[in-house]
Design a protein around this ligand. Sequence first.
Ligand SMILES: [Zn+2]
Length: 118
Amino acid sequence: MTRESTAADHKTCPMCAEDIQQLALVCRHCGYDYTSRSNDGTSAKANGLAIAAMVLGILWIYWIGSILAVIFGHISLQQIRKSNGTQSGRGMAIAGLVLGYLGVVTLILAIVGALLVM
Ligand SMILES: [Zn+2]
């Protein structure tokens, strides 16, 4: 967790444990193939926070759901990215994020509208 800043653009190779570029498809140290691993998504299980983000985005709950959907959406996308294909649910996380941001934007518009009326 202390390597959070470098983890964004680097990942650790599961074969040789070297730090390699996040976008690398093949490890430059040992030749480990990431493309074949990520295509094998049949056993990947959906990220729980991604599901929560989508559900909260739909539920809205007076903008509480929208704000939580944005937070959970970002966290789950990070977790899915770090899982190297062992977790799915990216689509649900993005759906939650979009719905959440839409909710937050309508909240801002409602506040601005209320201020203009006063
Ligand atoms: Zn490697």
